[in-house]
Design a protein around this ligand. Structure first.
Ligand code: MLT
Length: 408
């Protein structure tokens, strides 16, 4: 008899953004005339920049001739791309990361979801609340949690991110082995300074723990004092893995490319306490389960790092950050407290006691605007909504006018 992984039955029926899409589609079917503006899932709307398109074309053209055609590439990514990443994203920040510590993949969602496979089933996992649901759901699937009760899974150490702690998690009271952090944060848009990250790096070093650091929104950092990578913190090479994505940086949500950095200094431990190289383990996993990102996509990604590419991408990010400014100003004018939107495309709005799904429904039905209900990110989000800046300025402006009208 073929038996199911019953951990799946602990999960909520559908993934957050699938659930929202279903509700929005139902609303659209009942109200076909409604012009719905989507400020929910963080999906980009602007075309790939010209430098990236040229890189893409070059890759496709090479595939069209026997002489330059490529079959299977290195699973970890072509060296031409890994060198560019190391130089621009790390060496430029004074962070010592070498190309062979970079694993190119089809995006940060898969990597943040898959990475937990490398750890024992009975480790203690600390996860912020609210949180990008992938970290939590994949640990549930792997059997690291108990059932779901009162908005939380048993066995997980939740780290509350509230107004009172400026949406920065405090060190857990009990000892943990694996810590998920994300800055600039999804969903709150909050950021962490070097000193704040150092607390976590020191904790991980003292406790033989590991940090999984999601830096998917790094490109949105405007404040020059904020760290752009966890490897700007001394000692992070020993205890942190970093995930990056070109989805939000370069509009690759439909193109798919990201990478994970696993420094060779990162060690994990056997039951007997012997050191095991995390880099070797991830390399083994990656080469077994992944066959590399397509060549044209890697050529397109390489172009992100050309002088033209950098300039064009900066303009695109500034465009979305300007949308975030428009959202912040509206939210402020309506008297809501919020965080985020300054170094992040997300604005986390305190609904003044409203239930987040009710707030979501109100905006959908009264303004035809889609946001993300905070409860979908965890119990601490149940009175919040997340508004995303990923849409055209015209749509964002219109959505804000409609929200003002609906909440008058
Ligand atoms: C989000 O809206 O939280 C993100 O777009 C989801 C993702 O990147 O997978």
């Amino acid at each position: 008899m073929i038996r199911a992984n019953e951990n799946y039955s602990k999960l909520k029926a559908s993934y957050l953004f699938s659930d929202i899409a279903k509700r929005v589609n139902e609303y659209q079917a009942k109200n076909p005339e409604a012009h719905i503006i989507r400020l929910g899932i963080g999906d980009v709307v602007k075309a790939l920049v010209p430098a990236v398109i040229e890189g893409f074309h070059r890759g496709v053209d090479e595939m069209a001739k026997d002489a330059s055609f490529r079959g299977y590439g290195p699973e970890q990514g072509y060296l031409f791309l890994r060198e560019k990443i190391a130089e621009n994203d790390y060496h430029a920040q004074g962070a010592d990361i070498s190309p062979d510590e970079i694993f190119v993949s089809d995006g940060a969602k898969c990597d943040t979801g898959n990475f937990q496979e490398l750890f024992a089933p009975d480790i203690k996992v600390a996860i912020p609340d609210p949180v990008y649901p992938v970290y939590l759901d994949t640990n549930v699937m792997a059997g690291r949690t108990g059932g779901f009760e009162d908005g939380r899974y048993g066995g997980i150490v939740y780290m509350d991110c509230l107004k009172e702690n400026h949406f920065l998690p405090a060190l857990p009271r009990e000892k943990v082995d694996l810590i998920y952090l994300c800055f600039p944060n999804n969903p709150t848009g909050s950021t962490a300074t070097k000193d704040e990250l150092k607390v976590w790096v020191d904790y991980a070093r003292e406790n033989k723990a590991l940090i999984l650091f999601d830096a998917a929104y790094e490109a949105y950092i405007r404040d020059p004092d904020l760290p752009r990578t966890i490897y700007e913190i001394d000692g992070a090479r020993e205890v942190a893995v970093e995930f990056r994505s070109f989805s939000k940086t370069a509009g690759f949500t439909g193109t798919r490319c990201g990478f994970t950095v696993v420094p060779k200094d990162c060690m994990i431990y056997s039951a007997k306490g012997e050191k095991i190289s995390l880099h070797s383990m991830w390399n083994r996993r990656h080469t077994t389960k992944f066959n590399g990102v397509s060549y044209p996509v890697q050529k397109a990604t390489e172009a992100v790092y050309s002088e033209e590419g950098k300039r064009q991408i900066k303009e695109q990010i500034a465009y979305y950050l300007n949308n975030a400014d428009v959202i912040r100003k509206t939210v402020e004018s309506l008297g809501f407290d919020y965080v985020g939107g300054k170094n992040s495309p997300y604005i986390w709005v305190d609904g003044k006691g409203r239930d987040s799904w009710e707030f979501f429904n109100l905006l959908l039905t009264q303004a035809s605007v889609v946001c993300t209900p905070g409860a979908g990110f965890g119990r601490c989000g149940r009175h919040y909504i997340r508004i995303s800046a990923f849409n055209s300025l015209e749509n964002v402006t219109l959505a804000m006018e409609r929200i003002k009208e609906a909440l008058k």
